[in-house]
Design a protein around this ligand. Structure first.
Ligand code: GUN
Length: 465
């Protein structure tokens, strides 16, 4: 064990790595409840997604620990599972099987760009401020999903008459009135998550979900009506496992040539979000703790192949997405919550191996986990989103030429309820700002190309609809 993980060299021990693994697992274990809740809204079987989430997390985290020897854990990401459900399936009208195909292709693209120079080119092309804004914007998006899941933000439809008087059509957003049990339960859960997070209680997120779920029993919100057994979950796995290779998956996705541009743009949006989320997580959490050295970061930008821990970690992350898609889940990514285990002393891949072990044990809790109401998990979304928003601090908001593209790539991402359109708006406004400042030559050709592709996409959609 010592030889494989270099524990002494990294100033750690088996017991420290065990505690770090437990800490990270408890910090992120809510995903085995929340991910099936979000993805099953598309019609995916709850039990199938539950097991796919666990399998993808086990495999991805094991690859990270054993191949890269760094203490990071992976699971399906909260930003991209929301993008999968609300934008791609509900908004763009793709089926979940087709969307899984796009996630799988995104994983393959990420592997390709990780082993070739393209990844380095993309990293160099996108200015730092935009990279941080995209990472932070995904956090705002996740928090917003949490608020909408319990209808804390309501949309009151205007009547046609007031619309005719110059007011915009559509609906007015506003705060809900606190007269529903779902909102009360959400507020209790939110309060618990805030208190436990601030007091740094180990496993606080999971504990808050558990307590809120129990409180939901007398309120009639936690019922076993929809809960499923371990046997049922395994019975549903064949419906999601490999679904992307069926006629409803690849067969259907490429059957309509007219939809090809939309498919390509969507895969592109998945890839962009995934790539920058991961880089932001590694750079944001690894630099301060010394897990990745300066040489690692430079190698990620300039080198090729798998010379450093960062290269290997990026490879592990990209492999996990395709494996997860085959199992039946949205993009598997490196979790910001790994920073909880790193703070508890985790320094090597042994921490990740322990996290995988705990994920494997969680399979036996399927019946309880499936009874958890969404009001008990929405508070976690809000606070995880808040944690992910930390990278916004890297943006120089007092420099308006940096603030405008960063605003569109982050805050607008949540307003538009779309990660990809946030990225698009960030890129396009960045080009505009640079042209106005007569610094167009500073814009990398990749940024011009991506911006042009997004504009083309908007024009296509406007003509099609
Ligand atoms: N980096 C990262 N961490 C997460 N934690 C929960 N969801 C996510 C995500 O999408 N990305």
């Amino acid at each position: 064990m010592e030889k494989f993980f270099h524990l002494k060299e990294n100033g750690t021990s088996v017991s420290t790595e065990f505690m770090a693994g437990l800490t990270t697992f408890f910090a992120m274990s809510y995903i085995i409840i929340v991910n099936p809740q979000i993805l099953s809204q598309t019609g995916m079987p709850w039990g199938g997604v539950f097991l796919a989430t666990i399998i993808a997390s086990i495999v991805g985290t094991l690859v990270m620990g054993l191949f890269a020897n760094v203490p990071y854990a992976l699971a399906p990401g909260m930003g991209l599972n929301a993008f999968f459900t609300y934008t791609v399936c509900f908004g763009l009208g793709f089926t979940w099987q087709e969307t899984l195909c796009m996630v799988f292709l995104c994983g393959l693209i990420n592997i390709l760009i990780t082993v070739t120079k393209v990844r380095q080119m993309i990293i160099r092309a996108i200015p730092d401020a935009l990279q941080h804004a995209i990472g932070g914007g995904i956090g705002l998006f996740v928090a917003y999903v949490g608020l909408l899941n319990v209808d804390l933000i309501t949309f009151t439809t205007k009547d046609a008459e007031s619309a005719g008087k110059g007011l915009s059509t559509g609906a007015t957003p506003g705060l809900a009135t606190f007269n529903s049990p779902t909102l009360w339960l959400f507020l209790i859960g939110l309060l618990l998550v805030i208190v436990f997070t601030i007091l740094k209680i180990k496993g606080g997120m999971l504990l808050a979900i558990a307590i809120t779920t129990v409180i939901g029993i007398p309120m009639g919100l936690t019922t076993m009506n929809n809960s499923i057994s371990i046997g049922d979950a395994f019975g549903q796995l064949p419906q999601t496992f490999g679904a992307l290779f069926t006629g409803e998956g690849f067969g259907s996705l490429f059957s309509n040539p007219g939809r090809l541009p939309l498919v390509l743009v969507t895969i592109f949006a998945f890839s962009m979000s995934d790539v920058f989320d991961t880089l932001g997580t590694f750079i944001g959490t690894g630099r301060r703790t010394g897990i990745f050295s300066k040489a690692d970061e430079e190698s990620a930008e300039n080198g090729s192949g798998f010379k450093t821990k960062m290269d290997k970690a990026l490879f592990a992350d990209s492999v996990a997405t395709s494996i997860g898609a085959i199992c039946g889940t949205s993009n598997t990514t490196t979790y910001v919550e790994s920073s909880a285990g790193i703070a508890a002393g985790g320094r090597t891949g042994l921490t990740s191996v322990f996290v995988s072990l705990f994920f494997a044990l969680s399979i036996f809790f399927a019946p309880v986990v499936s009874a958890v109401p969404s009001a008990a998990t929405a508070g976690v979304l809000v606070i995880v989103g808040c944690m992910m928003a930390a990278s916004l601090k890297e943006v120089r908001w007092d420099d308006i030429s940096e603030a405008i593209p960063a605003f569109f790539a982050s805050v607008f991402m949540a307003f538009a309820y779309s990660i990809s359109y946030g990225i698009a708006a960030g890129f396009i406004t960045y080009c505009i700002v640079k042209v106005c400042r007569k610094k167009a030559s500073e814009v990398h050709p990749i940024v011009w190309i991506v911006s042009a592709l997004f504009i083309l996409d908007f024009i296509c959609m406007a003509i099609l609809q």
